[in-house]
Design a protein around this ligand. Structure first.
Ligand SMILES: [Fe+2]
Ligand SMILES: [Fe+2]
Length: 189
């Protein structure tokens, strides 16, 4: 699949989760927890494949204007991951929970809009359809081994994000599988 199509699909899936969250009532703590855990997982994987493959490919292409946008993208990812890491540990009934999710949604929507409106057209000019297809296939495969939890303090550029990303992703999967137990340990419910 074309890399841009794949990323747009991810953006659409996350937007659907945002809408689901916005439709919850004030007392739907369980549903909020479920949705936010899915947002954490999907955004962590999405940010990882952009940072491991998409942004580096753009820098390789030599388009300076596009490369500059990826630097802003990395900073926006960093801020989003910090919020996701807090939400992972916070109980939905906490007075800060809704506010954190609302601000996260606003900033991710802004980031997605900038990627699709400003960055993607430059990428279409800089890379061939064949290159974008190959990149999309590689990103699709990378999803299977990408971190599923946010790591705001981990490196976000190659080679270190690739080196530390693999073992982190394995640990993430164990934690995600044991989420109920971890949730109790974190006292977040
Ligand atoms: Fe992004
Ligand atoms: Fe994105």
């Amino acid at each position: 699949m074309n890399a841009l199509t794949l990323l747009k699909q991810d953006h659409g899936n996350v937007e659907a989760l945002f809408k689901r969250y916005e439709a919850t009532g004030p007392d739907d703590a369980d549903e909020k927890r479920r949705i936010v855990d899915l947002i954490i997982e999907q955004l962590s994987v999405h940010a990882a494949i952009e940072e491991q493959l998409f942004y580096p490919a753009i820098r390789e292409s030599g388009r300076e204007d596009a490369a500059k946008l990826t630097l802003e993208g990395l900073e926006e990812h960093h801020v989003a991951k910090a919020t996701l890491a807090e939400l992972e540990k916070l109980a939905p009934a906490h007075e800060r929970f809704d506010a954190k999710v609302t601000v996260l949604i606003e900033s991710v929507r802004h980031h997605v809009e900038e990627e699709e409106r400003d960055l993607f057209p430059l990428v279409r000019e800089a890379m061939s359809g064949k290159d974008l297809d190959e990149l999309g296939e590689t990103m699709e495969k990378a999803k299977a081994t990408a971190p599923t939890r946010p790591h705001p303090m981990m490196p976000d550029t190659p080679p270190w994000n690739l080196i530390v990303g693999a073992p982190a992703a394995m640990v993430d999967r164990v934690i995600t599988t044991a989420r109920d137990v971890v949730g109790k340990a974190l006292n977040r419910t």
